[in-house]
Design a protein around this ligand. Structure first.
Ligand SMILES: Cc1cc2nc3c(=O)[nH]c(=O)nc-3n(C[C@H](O)[C@H](O)[C@H](O)COP(=O)(O)OP(=O)(O)OC[C@H]3O[C@@H](n4cnc5c(N)ncnc54)[C@H](O)[C@@H]3O)c2cc1C
Length: 359
């Protein structure tokens, strides 16, 4: 087999790339280790920047997004028992973010690619990349029990943080910049209408909490927890109790509960590898970088490799660190006060959240 660009991984990075190349008349083959069903049902991110939404429309894959996406013109920062709205539309000349689950984006991208008759090889086994510095790099894999060799002009390593492309680059050729955070997020998906029209980021003495959503019927909620938190210690009742405590306000706001349909603990990390190219292999998305989810950037970065600073800043602003002393706590509250009372500070948050220009 031969193609111009061999793409390893059918996540957002690999699939967006395949459609962008297709638009430019460049041939590609996507090689994915999981089944189509698996990747279309994998629950992950859900906040799309304005630029990601615009790109989906440009690529002709925005029809369902237009019907089902929930536009959010702001977020709420909640601290000291009160909510403070950051108005994105007002602060960024009308831009907003859109809530539309990552697996729905994946369904749209896969459908468009297959409808155009372009190949995605699902359930590929033993995927490996070779001859990266040669004229014709290769992707080796097994499909339906048969060993295949795909010769390419270039390879795009879009196989996520745990993929095989980055580790195929000699360690001496890479420099890693990273930061591990001393906490994780305990996340639940609940069959409950969201208790707020927009996302709520809560800073609380017991730790950070986030109220988010995936649809008008499904809420997504998170609690700051230990990085190695054992989810077995968290019965649903305990999770709701803690969410109530961290999100409660002095004006009687009410958190709506519902059956928990999924729960898990996610680690928090900032990670960037440099360079993101070795020979004819180019890394994109989580294969090249990871951000903590506080700034809702992971999926969007997979679409447009951009900045780390904002995700680090949102994380540092809103979480309790074990090393914090009373000075740090007051400093965080002073910064939250500043962000919610100064137009200049709110605008900085808003323009980063809705997404900096992709060019
Ligand atoms: C549990 C979870 C929750 C998240 N929640 C959020 C959130 O709320 N907000 C946010 O902004 N971001 C979130 N993220 C991050 C976001 O989902 C990722 O940043 C985004 O998926 C990155 O896209 P990608 O295409 O680079 O990688 P991925 O989506 O990881 O796609 C990589 C693809 O490569 C495939 N693959 C891996 N290894 C191989 C191999 N050897 N051969 C072939 N294929 C391979 C994988 O199966 C996968 O389909 C979350 C991530 C996780 C894991």
């Amino acid at each position: 087999m031969r193609t111009q660009v061999g793409i390893v991984g059918a996540g957002p990075a690999g699939l967006f790339l395949s459609l962008l190349l297709q638009r430019e008349g460049i041939e590609s083959v996507v090689v994915e280790m999981h089944s189509r069903k698996y990747v279309e049902e994998r629950i992950r991110a859900g906040v799309l920047e304005q630029g990601t939404v615009d790109l989906m429309h440009k690529l002709g894959v925005g029809e369902r997004l237009k019907l089902q996406g929930l536009e959010h013109g702001g977020i709420e920062l909640r601290f000291g028992g009160r909510g403070h709205r950051i108005d994105f539309r007002e602060l960024t000349n009308g831009k907003c973010v859109t809530i539309y689950a990552q697996h729905e984006v994946i369904k749209d991208l896969i459908a468009a690619r297959l409808a155009a008759g372009r190949p995605i090889i699902f359930a590929a086994e033993d995927v490996s990349v070779h001859n990266l510095e040669g004229a014709s790099p290769e992707i080796h894999f097994r499909a339906n029990g048969i060993s295949e060799k795909l010769e390419c002009d270039f390879i795009a390593g879009c196989d996520g943080f745990h993929g095989i492309c980055r580790p195929s680059i000699p360690a001496a050729a890479l420099r890693i910049f990273d930061r591990d955070y001393p906490f994780g997020w305990l996340g639940i998906l609940a069959q409950a209408p969201p208790s707020s029209h927009e996302l709520i980021y809560a800073y609380h003495e017991r730790g950070f909490a986030l109220l988010s959503m995936r649809s008008p019927e499904i809420s997504r909620l998170y609690l700051q927890c230990a990085p190695d938190e054992n989810i077995a210690n968290w019965a649903d009742e305990r999770i709701w109790k803690e969410l109530h405590k961290r999100l409660e306000t002095t004006d009687g706001w009410n958190l709506k509960e519902g059956p928990v349909i999924q729960k898990g603990v996610t680690g928090m990390r900032s990670f960037v590898t440099e360079p993101m190219q070795f020979g004819k292999l180019f890394l994109a998305g989580d294969a090249a970088h990871i951000v903590p989810p506080t700034g809702a950037k992971g999926l969007n970065l997979a679409v447009a490799d951009v900045v780390q600073r904002f995700s680090w800043w949102m994380t540092s602003l809103l979480h309790r660190f074990a090393s914090d002393n009373p000075f740090d706590e007051r400093r965080q509250l002073a910064e939250l006060d500043y962000v919610t009372s100064s137009r200049a500070a709110a605008q900085t948050l808003a323009e980063n959240y809705v997404g900096l220009p992709m060019e």
